[in-house]
Structure formats: C-alpha cells, structure tokens
Design a protein around this ligand. Structure first.
Ligand code: GLC
Length: 536
C-alpha cells in the first residue's frame, strides 16, 4: 500500500445491511449482523466498510428514502448498535463509511409532512420543489421529466401543486437553495463524525442542485435509460451523448455544497473522507468532484460500464489516471454495487470476473468490493412476485429493477437460508448457492474468495500494489493488456479467446486468476481470459 492517507488506496467493502446478515430472525439483515460478520471481513483483508443507509426510513427504496438521517431504523437496530459497530470495526482496524443522501428525503420526513400541510408559497414548501402545473387547471406536470424509477418525476398534491421527485414519489427532492437544507445536512455530517465515522459515501452527489426546472427535455425516456447503471442495452456512444447534458444532474452549484462539506470534515481529526456517487460523462466531469478542496473520491462508473474489451479498458484507465493526476486525487475501481447486475452476470463469466478483479486490484488507487462479489456470486433469478424495487413497481414490470443483486448472501452451506439468519429472507435465495457460501469457499484454495483474500493480502504486502505509483504500459497484441507497476510487478491480462505467449521480464508467478499458465526461459504462456501478476 502507498504512504498516503488510508483511503487513497483502500479496499472498501460495501455492506448492503438489509442483505448481509440477520441477527434477530426477521428475515432482514441488521447492524448486529454486521458486527457478527466483522471477523470474516477482517480475515478477507479489506480496509474499510461502507454501509448503505440504516437510518429511519419507511423503506420504500431500500432505506435510500430517509425519514430521520440522525437515527437508526428499528429494523436495523438502535443508535447504540451503530456506535458499537463503528467501535468494533475500528478494533479490527476497519474504517467505517456511512451513506448520506442529500438529493431527497422520504415523504415521511417531518419536513415533507409540514410542507404538505402548509399553503402554497410557504417557507415549509420551499424546502422542496413545489410548482403549479401547466394546462388550464394545472393538471399537466410542470415539465416532462421522468423519474429514474420510471413514471413522471412529479406528483400532484391535494391542493393542486406538484412536487419533484427524481426517484420514487416517496422521495421528494430537496431544494438546496433553501438554507435550512444545508444547515440540516451540516448537522447530520457532524452527528456521524462525532460518533466516529471515517467518511461518507454521497448518494446521487451530482443531483442536489436543479436548474431548468420548468423546461422540457427532448427525450426524457431515453435519458432515463442512459442514467440507469443497470440498463446495459444502450451503446456507449448514445449513453455518452445523453449524459453529456442532463438538466438535473452535474450542475455547477453542487460543487459549492461539497466545498463546504470538505471544510467540515477537515475540522475533524484523522483522515475523514468522502466518495461521490456521480455518474457523469465524460470522466473528466467526474474528476471535477475531487478537485482540491472538494471531495476525496468519486466512483469510476465509466470504467464499470465497459465490457470485457482490452482496448476500451486500457483507454479508460489511461484517461482516468490522466484526469485525476491533474486534480491530485486517487482513482477508484468498482465492478458492481447494489444498483447494478453483479459483475459475474454483467460480463457473463466467473472466469472473466476473476481476471477483471485482478486487473483492477493491480491499478493505482482504491478498490470497492460489493458484498458477495468476493464469493463470485451471480445475480439471482427472481420471480416477479418477489420483486420489491420501486423501479419494478413504477415501471409496471418492464424494468426488472435491482433486487437480483440484493439477495441475502450465503454464509454456511448446510444451515437454513445459508446461515444468513433464521427467518425467511426478504428476497428468496437460489437453491444452488451452497457452492458460493463462505464456508465452502474458505475450504477451497481455488475459490473466488481465496483469490480475493490473496489479492487483498498482496495489496498490503507488495510495495508496487495500491498506492498511486507509476503504471507503465508495454506494447502487446490485440486483446492483451500488459503493464508494470513499480517496484517489481508485471501484470498481464489476456481478454482474448486464445492462450497466448509473450516474452516477459517476470521471474515468478505471484498470483493468477486461473490455472494453465507457465513461465519459462523468459516466455509467459497465459491462458484465455486470465490475469497474472509476475514478480520482476
Ligand atoms: C442511488 C442509490 C440507489 C437509490 C438512489 C436514490 O443511486 O445507490 O440505490 O435508489 O440513489 O436514492
């Protein structure tokens, strides 16, 4: 690992607490479940956990609909549990990152209830985006925007006004030009910082500030396709075109918010950090979130959206590193999260997913691992009757939503519910998941878990891994990515369908994503869809 602050090259493990581990048998994971899982996470070798929201919430959008950001939802436990979790994580040397959701509150939040009860034009309404509709009787929404979960982005209230919600109608967007909003979020940041969190993942970080609120978009349906991290049937080129100008995302004003947040974090001891969920295009726009005095990291979603294509991945890696050097921020590498298909499913093969993980673990900067990724879990097939995502509900089922990557994870092959908990899991687990459970994989030196454990351990012990040191590309045939990291590491990725042979300076194999490779007399033979790390 590198010499800088811990987060610059950390391996950060995303816990989706509802699906991690259930301690009380209600079928949903909870904070005591996360505490029980800490020894496992410490053994895996991660540096930090980021928890998706566990705050008070009616849970219409998996907790991303927050009704009290400074309290814990009883489904997850209590504030005392949160405190205990943060402290215990620290006792294992694991940092703790909380999630913060500045784009919207839940419609159950007291502010929204007050706003509904208050008259048009009132101070309470101005904390959200309330507008009169168009048409003779105001029966047409103020503009034609569509919710990211489909259906109109506006809902009409009983007195005829409409309010904006880029997500579910239970998630009214906040109006950041009202100073109450900034003041309340400052309180929330300090509340969790005081409790000892090491950082925040900022939900929809690019969304807080809206402009052009009364202007129609030329193609709102297609825009939503392009904005969804789980919508893959759209070309890179079309996505790029649509993302280059989203009226409600990536407005200049968001940067002002984060410059203020940065000052708050900097008041606290230790290296507190932030990571932005900002899916913007091109990646140079993402780099603007991590300029000096702003946020620390931004998820590299543009890389995540690429297929198993050496030329495209190399171009993206080069571009990302060049843009971030300018702003002095480290890169992040992420393969999936709770909003996307699992990486094995997305790129269509466990073998490629292993090779891809070893590629990103060898790049400069930090990596994110989504719970179950280390087990090589695929997305789970679900019957429509089990689906709960508002995207599924609001689209009338045409959008299958994100439940398939949120199925509770398997711990023990022989226990009911694979040891997730004693209650029936909130989403049904597939019948063939014993093979992926942690106890099965821990016994198998060739398992995905074993590969992640070795790779994370080398990231701590090998001086070339992690950090932000030099990456030097070496010319290689089509389909091959070949680079060195200093000091002493060579990385070769074979994305082609054939085994290949290459001259190499490597002297020994440190780690390989699949068997069937050899290193002899300066020649490396590398099997198809394999990544190898060689000691120079
Ligand atoms: C983010 C979250 C996603 C949530 C949405 C609305 O994209 O990752 O899960 O539905 O924001 O808060």
């Amino acid at each position: 690992m590198g010499p800088g602050a811990w987060w610059r090259d950390a391996a950060i493990y995303q816990v989706y607490p509802r699906s991690f581990r259930d301690s009380n048998g209600d079928g949903e994971g909870d904070l005591q479940g996360v505490i029980a899982g800490l020894p496992y996470l410490a053994d895996l070798g991660i540096d930090a956990i980021w928890l998706s929201p566990f705050y008070k919430s009616p849970n219409k959008d998996g907790g991303y609909d927050v009704s009290d950001p400074r309290d814990v939802d009883p489904r997850f436990g209590t504030l005392a549990d949160a405190k205990e979790l943060i402290e215990k994580a620290h006792s294992y040397g694991i940092k703790f990152i909380a999630d913060i959701v500045p784009n919207h509150f839940s419609s159950d939040h007291i502010w929204f209830k007050e706003a509904l009860a208050a008259p048009k034009g009132s101070a309470s309404r101005s904390r959200f985006h309330f507008y009169d509709g168009r048409g003779e009787n105001g029966e047409i929404p103020p503009n034609n925007w569509i919710s990211i979960f489909r259906g109109p982005a506006w809902t009409r209230t009983v007195d005829g006004q409409w309010y904006l919600h880029l997500f579910d109608s239970s998630q009214p967007d906040l109006n950041w030009s009202n100073p109450d909003v900034a003041a309340d979020f400052e309180k929330t940041l300090r509340f969790w910082l005081d409790l000892g969190v090491d950082g925040f993942r900022i939900d929809v970080a690019h969304g807080a500030v809206k402009e052009n609120l009364l202007i129609d978009h030329r193609d709102p349906e297609r825009l939503i396709d392009a904005l969804r991290l789980d919508f893959l049937e759209i070309s890179q080129q079309e996505r790029a075109g649509l993302l280059s100008d989203v009226p409600f995302f990536d407005r200049e004003g968001v940067h002002e918010i984060y410059r203020k947040w940065r000052l708050i974090l900097d008041e606290y001891p230790g290296d507190r950090m932030t990571v932005a969920e900002a899916f913007v295009y091109p990646s140079s726009r993402a780099a603007r979130y991590v300029r000096p005095g702003e946020l620390h990291q931004v998820f590299n979603f543009n890389f995540m959206m690429l297929g198993w294509d050496a030329a495209a991945m190399r171009a993206s890696i080069e571009g990302t590193l060049a843009e971030l050097v300018d702003v002095k921020a480290p890169a992040t590498w992420v393969l999936n999260n709770h909003d996307t298909p699992r990486v094995v499913t997305r790129i269509g093969s466990p073998r490629k997913a292993r090779a891809l993980a070893m590629l990103i673990h060898a790049l400069p900067g930090g990596v994110y691992i989504y719970q179950g990724e280390e087990l090589g879990l695929p997305s789970a097939a679900l019957p429509d009757s089990a689906r709960q995502d508002p995207a599924f509900i609001r689209s009338g089922g045409t959008d299958k939503g994100r439940d398939e990557c949120r199925v509770p994870i398997p711990w023990r092959s022989t226990l009911p519910n694979y040891g997730f908990g004693t209650g029936t899991p909130w989403l049904p687990q597939p019948t063939d998941w014993a093979q992926y459970s942690m106890d099965t994989e821990a016994k198998d030196p060739e398992s995905s878990w074993a590969l992640y454990k070795k790779s994370l351990s080398l990231r701590h012990s090998h001086p070339a891994l992690g950090g932000e040191g030099v990456l030097t590309w070496i010319d290689a045939p089509e389909g091959i990515m070949y680079f060195t990291r200093e000091p002493g590491l060579e990385v070769v990725v074979n994305t082609s369908d054939l085994d290949i042979s290459l001259p190499t300076m490597g002297t020994s194999i440190l780690l390989e994503s699949a068997k069937g490779n050899s290193l002899q007399d300066g020649v490396l033979t590398l099997a198809t869809n394999t990544t190898i790390w060689l000691q120079l």
